[in-house]
Design a protein around this ligand. Structure first.
Ligand SMILES: [Mn+2]
Length: 501
């Protein structure tokens, strides 16, 4: 059988399993939430229905995790199944213990999205198989064959969770098994996949199941592809060309006069008849073509920029048609970074509601994003001063950086100027003398065979660290005691050496 069909078969069984579980066993306290989780709850919908159990969805804090949660929220609402959502930065053992308590006290059924596969062993130890369902795409600890009914993961079917399908994509496929109507959520799966940078290849294209999902979203006109110059779509044209070109073009980048002359030369007005600044989306199709061609011509002929670099000037925008095209987040990439900002600032509910089309939430989310940007640029400047060199790795430990953004900082730094020959391991203070660990590697290191997921897991095992580490080859995380820092760095350095030394 082809892998996708096998995956869908498993989902069909998992759906029947889920219904069987929530139909039995009356819950005493349908409206209560485990008290110590109360402050983390962001969204809930309880309904009196034929179902005996309510569902508690736990999902990951990033854009993919929030998109996954939004899909599940819509799906359960449509089926009139009561649910609540809690978003966690990482599924740590302390939360698994709380979940176990919650199940026995309130008789909940647990759905874990965009995480869980990396913690399956400990979940199985603390919970009964009949109490939870995992919908994840991170590489599982063990590839069981056949996998258990409550554990859905593409890797069991030879589908790469790294770039062929996201957590939101898995939830989307599951939601369609639940109800064909949910095909209208395909665009949300694409937002999730973009959040996990699954189209981060030379052509910015999706592959595997992501490509199929994109096609479904396009068939229903939920997403429109738009090839255009890779500048901001919603900032004033002049500013966009001065500041947001993807490569430096002498005479335009940073030059107000240069850009104004350039636009004059090709007869494109930077302002409209009311003297308002025009943006890329205000331009007519004809003007967009003129601008793109003129820009390529200028860069190629007058500035001698290589054809490889020229390609970067044009990009594909994934336009979400459910949103006003005049706002930045009608671009799926912007939407995904909006969700990410909401998650990192502890406003997960706002992010999910915005993605589901709530206008008020969208306004709030956009202002969160502004604050988030400020916070990031401060943190990057600060982190750069804390970089330390080891033989096979670089580390950053900055106690002024919030643990929720350390992964982002790590990603930005690994793709910045100097960090190309070694992976970067970043640490931030967490609660109770613990450190949150984030690690990132670039393409060159991956091609050499580096798998940070394995490195993190092995280092944790060796140091008998209770919290299981998780992740992919290019990005992995963990949580360790501050006292373990030195030993942990040593182990990571050693295991990276084993892989690429
Ligand atoms: Mn994900």
């Amino acid at each position: 059988m082809i892998p996708l069909n096998e995956l869908l078969n498993a989902m069909q069984k998992a759906k029947d399993f889920l219904f069987a579980q929530i139909e039995k066993g009356a819950s005493k306290n349908q409206d209560e939430i485990a008290p110590n989780l109360q402050k983390k709850v962001s969204l809930q919908h309880f309904d009196s229905s034929r179902f005996q159990k309510n569902i508690h969805i736990y999902s990951h804090l990033d854009a993919d995790g929030l998109s996954a949660a939004a899909i599940m929220a819509k799906m359960f609402t449509r089926e009139n199944i009561g649910f609540q959502i809690t978003i966690l930065n990482q599924l740590e053992s302390q939360y698994i213990a709380t979940i176990a308590e919650e199940i026995s006290k309130y008789n909940r059924f647990i759905v874990l999205t965009d995480f869980g596969s990396g913690q399956y062993e400990i979940l199985k130890e603390k919970l009964k198989t009949t109490d939870f369902l995992i919908l994840d795409h991170h590489k599982p600890e063990k590839i069981d064959n056949p996998p258990e009914i409550n554990h859905i993961n593409p890797y069991f079917y030879d589908i790469r969770g790294e770039d062929e399908i996201s957590g939101a994509g898995i939830c989307y496929l599951f939601s369609k098994i639940m109800n064909e109507k949910n095909q209208d959520l395909a665009a949300l799966a694409i937002v999730g996949a973009i959040g996990d940078m699954q189209n981060n290849n030379d052509k910015s294209e999706f592959k595997g199941i992501n490509q199929k999902i994109l096609q479904e979203a396009m068939n229903d006109r939920k997403i429109i592809l738009e090839k255009n110059i890779a500048i901001s779509r919603t900032r004033p044209l002049i500013q966009s060309l001065i500041y947001s070109l993807p490569l430096e073009i002498e005479g335009l980048s940073g030059s107000y006069d240069g850009v104004v002359q350039f636009l004059n030369r090709i007869n494109i007005q930077a302002t409209d008849e009311l003297n308002h600044s025009r943006t890329l989306i205000d331009l007519s199709e004809m003007e967009k073509k003129t601008l793109t061609n003129a820009l390529i011509q200028y860069a190629l002929v007058e500035k001698g920029i290589s054809t490889d670099d020229i390609k970067k000037l044009v990009t594909t925008f994934y336009i979400l048609t459910d949103f006003d095209p005049k706002i930045s987040v009608s671009d799926a990439r912007e939407m995904s970074s909006l969700l990410n900002a909401c998650g990192r600032r502890g406003k997960q509910g706002v992010g999910i509601a915005a993605l589901l089309g709530n206008a008020e939430a969208l306004t709030d989310a956009m202002s969160e994003k502004k604050d988030y940007k400020k916070e990031l640029s401060r943190a990057i400047q600060s982190a750069k001063k804390q970089i330390r060199e080891y033989e096979y790795i670089r580390t950053v430990y900055d106690n002024t950086i919030d643990e929720r953004i350390i992964g982002t900082i790590c990603s930005i730094l690994i793709h910045s100027d100097l960090q190309h020959d070694k992976p970067l391991i970043a640490f931030a203070d967490s609660d109770n003398h613990f450190l949150k660990v984030s690690s990132r590697a670039n393409r060159e290191l991956l091609d050499k065979g580096l798998d940070l997921g394995i490195v993190m897991r092995k280092a944790c095992q060796q140091l008998k660290i209770q919290n299981p580490a998780g992740g992919h080859p290019p990005a992995a995380g963990a949580k360790i005691k501050t006292a373990h820092l030195k030993d942990f760095i040593e182990k990571v350095n050693e295991f990276v050496k084993e892989q690429i030394g």
